[in-house]
Write a protein that binds this ligand. Structure first.
Ligand code: PEP
Length: 249
């Protein structure tokens, strides 16, 4: 039985004052013993997450990481720096990074590896655009995104990976994949991992992301291969985020 994992992706939202209200609201919510909960905040606010969440059951993480350990990479954040601020997770290859920062499958794979080497859990995001889905290329695109990561990881590191299937057409649009459609993709991803490692396939958490909300969370999270959620918009309100973690039993 895989433990459910619900991660909030704040994207580029927040302020010291707003985060304080949100973090306290989440931390004060009813703890769901069956679910691991985390928030991925903008890098400047990781110290605040550490101060507010240390000692609670809620973990925190970054939204991106450099593929490099240190050096002349202006603006980049190294995995060791995320570690310094107590991060457990880091998002890697979010579709907004792939689209706006031209991150390739290979770069995403290197970032996942850098995170694992530093003891962080990378949450590798994969997903197809609407054009790719309409062209019947969903499986080809998503499998290539995953394969690049599988190609650079060995067990036991591979078993620590978290995947997030996030159809790009569902992110921030209010359009959600149906539970059946999401389950089909999650099962395909798990099968692909199994070709490399049966034990990793059984262990790896595969999250669904794309307009998950309190109203649709239960049905999505009830699917056999959906092990949790990566939540954008609904993670910015403590009430909604807690309703989703509460639905993940
Ligand atoms: C995301 O940014 O990863 C995401 C899933 O966003 P939203 O929940 O707003 O669709």
């Amino acid at each position: 039985m895989r433990r459910k994992l619900v991660i909030g992706n704040w994207k580029m939202n927040g302020s010291l004052a707003a985060n304080s209200v949100l973090l306290r609201g989440i931390a004060a919510g009813p703890a769901n013993q069956n679910v691991t909960t985390a928030v991925c905040a903008p890098a400047p606010y990781l110290a605040q997450c550490q101060a507010e969440l240390a000692g609670t059951a809620i973990a925190w993480g970054g939204q991106d990481v450099s593929a490099y350990a240190a050096g002349a990479y202006t603006g980049e954040v190294a995995a060791s720096m995320l570690q310094d601020f107590g991060c457990r997770y880091v998002l890697v290859g979010h579709s907004e990074r792939r689209a706006y920062h031209h991150e390739t499958n290979e770069l995403v794979a290197q970032k996942a590896r850098a995170a694992l080497d530093a003891g962080l859990t990378p949450v590798v995001c994969v997903g197809e655009t609407l054009a790719e889905r309409e062209a019947g290329r969903t499986n080809v695109v998503v499998c290539a995104q995953l394969q690049a990561v599988l190609d650079v990881l060995e067990n036991p590191a591979l078993e620590k990976l978290v995947l997030a299937y996030e159809p790009v057409w569902a992110i921030g649009t209010g359009r959600t994949a149906t539970p059946a459609l999401a389950q089909e993709l999650h099962a395909a991803l798990r099968k692909q991992v199994a070709v490399r490692s049966e034990s990793a396939a059984a262990t790896i958490a595969i999250l669904y992301g794309g307009s998950m909300k309190p109203e649709n969370a239960k049905d999505l999270l009830a699917q056999r291969d959906i092990d949790g959620g990566l939540i954008g918009g609904a993670a910015l309100k403590a009430k909604d985020f807690l309703a989703i973690t509460g639905a993940a039993n």
